[in-house]
Ligand binder design. Structure first.
Ligand code: NOJ
Length: 568
């Protein structure tokens, strides 16, 4: 295989693809679905410009069907100047030419549905790009105008308004306010941007903004998407009067971890999602909303999935839990208590495009605050072999849990975080806004190695890649793992197939004792799951081993290994 466009399939390969197109779609599919995140610019490039695109995704759908996932979530592909890799949208109802056309989107959607794969798309309602027509109109209009009222423009503090209106900081570092030059050429008002200065925040107290997003939801629902992943779903509403905020010293940089932040989790935000829920319910086919809301506990996150709000919320408390049995048992317990308590199932997630990949994160040897990333000068670099072993064990644990699970592209290949990206190749706004003090998120966004021997490992037919791929990735390429017993890809395939066959997503968790303090041990249906997070081996109980994240010999479960045993 030399490119995404020329992927060839053999009959033997296709015979191993689960035939979901003919299966009946279960109602409320999102309760149990395994949803695979595609980060389009890094997935597969059909055009040869070094940036992944929609035709590239279409050409790789058979590989995803072969993996055994239920749905895909696409990070933004809408029109955007790409200042934050597409999370700066300038036209919500069009495809950016980098990724293709609306016709390419329709073709991708039809091809996914034809394989029984649902598709959810990213929606970015907290902010637009500064190149959005509305923001350009706002810049040209006067203070107090209808155009400015769609965003958060305020007069500055201090003499002649030279100071920002309050002390809020951007999640990416630096101030959350930028001052504009008014029509007469003089410095004027300031606008709020919780992220980069190219991402002005909308004013969600403005009915015109609400109406516009109803239109955008309908646009994609009419095209047939199965739902939306809602970006910064805890941030749309800001506290009345925009009061100053002094974050605690240990605040995490993606924000939201701390209590009482005047721009996260304000009560009024829930009305927006109650409104959106009624729109989704106008459509047949179980469309779903998933909240990206960084909140400190499962109980707080569960507020986004009350029965009249969203369907899912990313379980970031789970993602942020260390490889420690007691901590894992606690977060699983809290999740299973909090989420069903509001009528929604729990979700589970270990990696995404904003966090250090779990094949590295689980073996870090120093503190690494969320969003800082890892680079050549970071303290406490991960130990690669340990990271991969733990990542495989952590995934095997996660995929046995009842509820819905999210996977991030490349984790099925065991990809680690890329650490040695040269400064001049880095693109995350975090890197620029902190003058290189934080490396940011590029290390988890490096394009996927599909084939071992082709340029750009088959990511792009021209060999181009928007971030450099490490030389060691040849051995992690998909072609090196498919059909290879014990490979990470085959482990994922086994876990997903057994999870489906045994309906673990719809199951019930029952803790079991007797394996010591370092074990996370439970039953889900007729499957016993034991994860060994400690350094000493644990005796393997009776049963048939149906999946194991690492070699299991002599009746023992080694350190950093998870085993599934069937009792049938
Ligand atoms: C969360 C997204 O996942 C992240 O990638 C983005 O930078 C911010 N929201 C801003 O949209």
């Amino acid at each position: 295989m030399t490119s995404a466009e020329t992927v060839e399939r053999t009959d033997a390969f296709l015979a191993t693809v689960p035939d979901r197109a003919t299966e009946e779609s279960p109602a409320e599919w999102w309760r149990t679905a395994v949803i695979y995140q595609i980060y389009p610019r890094s997935f597969a490039d059909a055009s040869g410009d070094g940036i992944g695109d929609l035709p590239g995704i279409t050409a790789r759908l058979d590989d995803l069907a072969h993996l055994g996932i239920d749905a895909i979530w696409l990070s933004p592909f809408q029109r955007s100047p790409q200042k934050d890799a597409g999370y700066d949208v300038s036209d919500y109802c069009d495809v950016d030419p980098l990724f293709g056309t609306l016709a390419d989107f329709d073709a991708m959607l039809a091809a996914a549905h034809g394989r029984g794969i649902r598709v959810i798309v990213d929606l970015v309602p907290n902010h637009s790009s500064d190149q959005h027509e509305w923001f350009q109109q706002a810049l040209a209009a006067a203070p107090g105008s209808r155009e400015r009222a769609r965003y958060m423009f305020r007069d500055g503090a201090g003499e002649n308004g030279v100071l920002p209106p309050n002390n809020w900081e951007s999640v990416f570092g630096g101030p959350a306010w930028t001052r504009v030059i008014e029509a007469g050429g003089t410095p004027g008002q300031w606008y709020l941007h919780l992220f980069d200065s190219s991402q002005p925040d909308f004013d969600w107290s403005n009915e015109e903004v609400r109406e516009e997003f109803r239109r955008i939801l309908r646009f994609w629902l009419d095209r047939g998407v199965d739902g939306f992943r809602v970006d910064v779903a805890h941030g749309l509403i800001k506290a009345e009067g925009l009061p100053d905020y002094i974050p605690p010293a240990d605040a995490a940089s993606m924000g939201g971890e701390e209590a009482n932040v005047p721009y996260w989790g304000q009560e009024g935000v829930h009305d927006v999602y109650r409104d959106w829920r009624t729109i989704l319910e106008e459509y047949a086919g179980d469309r779903a909303l998933a909240a990206e809301a960084w909140l400190p506990t499962a109980d707080k996150t569960a507020l986004w999935v009350r029965s009249d709000e969203m369907h899912q919320a990313f379980n970031f408390p789970y993602l942020q839990t260390e490889w420690d049995a007691a901590d894992l048992r606690t977060v699983i317990d809290e999740s299973l208590r909090a989420f069903p308590g509001v009528g929604a199932p729990s979700t589970w997630v270990l990696s995404n495009h904003d966090v250090v990949r779990h094949a590295s994160r689980l073996a870090l040897t120093a503190e690494n605050p969320q969003g800082h990333g890892i680079g050549p000068d970071s303290p406490g670099k991960p130990i690669p072999e340990l990271g991969l072993r733990r990542a495989r064990a952590a995934t095997a644990l996660m995929l046995a849990l009842p509820g819905s699970a999210y996977l991030y592209q490349g984790e099925e290949l065991g990809l680690p975080e890329v650490i040695d990206i040269p400064g001049d190749a880095r693109q995350d706004p975090t890197w620029f806004r902190t003058n290189g003090e934080r490396y940011g998120r590029d290390g988890c966004r490096v394009p996927i190695p599909w084939t071992a021997d082709d340029p750009a490992y088959g990511f792009s037919p021209s060999g181009a890649s928007w971030l450099p791929q490490p030389a060691e990735w040849a051995k992690l390429a998909r072609t090196e793992q498919v059909g290879v017993e014990g490979s990470t890809l085959e482990l994922y395939r086994t876990l997903l197939a057994e999870r489906r066959a045994r309906s673990l997503g719809a199951g019930t968790l029952e803790w079991i004792d007797g394996f010591g303090p370092d074990a996370v041990a439970f039953r889900n249906g007729n499957v016993t799951v034991i994860a060994n997070t400690g350094s000493a081996a644990i005796a393997l109980p009776s049963g048939t081993v149906i999946a194991a994240s690492g070699p299991v010999a002599d009746g023992r479960i080694p350190a950093d290994t998870t085993v599934w045993l069937a009792q049938d």
